[in-house]
Ligand binder design. Structure first.
Ligand code: NCD
Length: 314
């Protein structure tokens, strides 16, 4: 397959075609094999990846760093910008331009929607969005879709139930967009009214020929799910602390609710969990948020670095 992703930015799922996603998935499979066989190789030797994370991160940050290193690239590891010139008042544009001079690829996380896309406009090297405020988290949406397809062998006909803060949670926006691009499925959005899935994402589902339902009661739909995708109520997006306190435990997946979930379903979560899944669920064989989901995140990020930075037919 031709590598039509060479030199591109990954700032939103919107700019990826189905063929792009297939190419990324094929490369992800190759990376999984590579890591299992020999931990990695040196194909990105001489390249430098900068992680410019203006917001906290554990998984996304460390998996990008690991992805770069497993392919032999060097890294400029910035996780939090308080020790950079950002603290001296440097503009976003200047910080991004400075970092781009020293690197071959920028991975940008930022609390404000649109900042990675803005960064991409400032520089010639590829920019990857590692989460921009309440907007998108494309790499998470990609590897979660990859994980679902790997397990079920298809997207068509599945029922995916997304639960929690669908308004502020960027992972469910990117996941929705990726899923409807890759197949015809049913989405069930479970959220309190104030945390509903945003209009533009719901519109995308309809435009792509997908179907969605919206309900408030998790217990009434959980038995329909092939995938239960739980999310955290996004504390940092709330201006009103009492509103957060009111909503934070709105949905809790515990053992009793788990009994209603299909035997061959998947329980997924982008992490971190902040009370919405009880720890007794962790060891259930359907719960893959501490296992396959994490490994696939690494493989997919390795795949993207390879595709964006190495030319040639893949
Ligand atoms: C998510 C994020 O940052 O959007 N975490 C992650 O990257 N895996 C989800 C969250 O913070 O709730």
């Amino acid at each position: 397959m031709k590598n039509f992703l060479f030199g591109k930015d990954i700032v939103s799922i919107d700019s990826l075609s189905k063929e792009h996603v297939e190419l990324i998935f094929e490369k992800t499979r190759e990376m999984a094999e590579l890591v299992k066989k020999k931990d990695g190789d040196r194909r990105l030797e001489g390249k430098i990846i900068t992680t410019a994370f203006f917001e906290p991160s554990t998984r996304t940050y460390s998996s990008f760093v690991a992805a770069a290193q497993r392919l032999g690239a060097g890294i400029i590891p910035l996780n939090g910008m308080t020790n950079t010139s950002v603290a001296k008042g440097e503009s976003f544009e200047h910080t991004i331009k400075v970092l781009s001079r020293y690197s071959n690829c920028l991975v940008v996380r930022h609390p404000e929607p649109g900042k990675p896309a803005e960064a991409a406009g400032f520089v010639d090297i590829p920019v990857i969005n590692a989460g921009d405020g309440i907007n998108e988290h494309p790499t998470q949406g990609l590897f979660d879709t990859y994980t679902i397809r790997q397990y079920f062998g298809k997207i068509d006909g599945l029922t995916v139930v997304m639960v929690g803060d669908l308004k502020n949670g960027r992972t469910v926006h990117s996941l929705t967009k990726t899923l409807v691009k890759m197949g015809k499925l049913t989405l069930i959005y479970v959220a309190p009214g104030v945390l509903r899935m945003p209009n533009d994402v719901r519109n995308t589902v309809v435009e792509m020929g997908g179907r969605f339902d919206e309900v408030e009661n998790l217990a009434s739909v959980i038995s329909l799910a092939d995938v239960v995708y739980m999310t955290r109520v996004q504390k940092e997006r709330f201006l009103d602390h009492t509103e957060y306190e009111r909503l934070k435990d709105y949905y809790v997946l515990d053992k009793s609710l788990l009994h209603k979930v299909k035997k061959n379903a998947l329980i997924m979560h982008p992490l971190p969990i902040a009370g919405e899944i009880t720890s007794e669920v962790d060891s259930d064989s359907r719960a893959i948020y501490l296992t396959q989901e994490l490994s696939n995140g690494l493989y997919l990020r390795m795949a993207l670095l390879d595709l964006l930075l190495l030319q040639g037919r893949k």
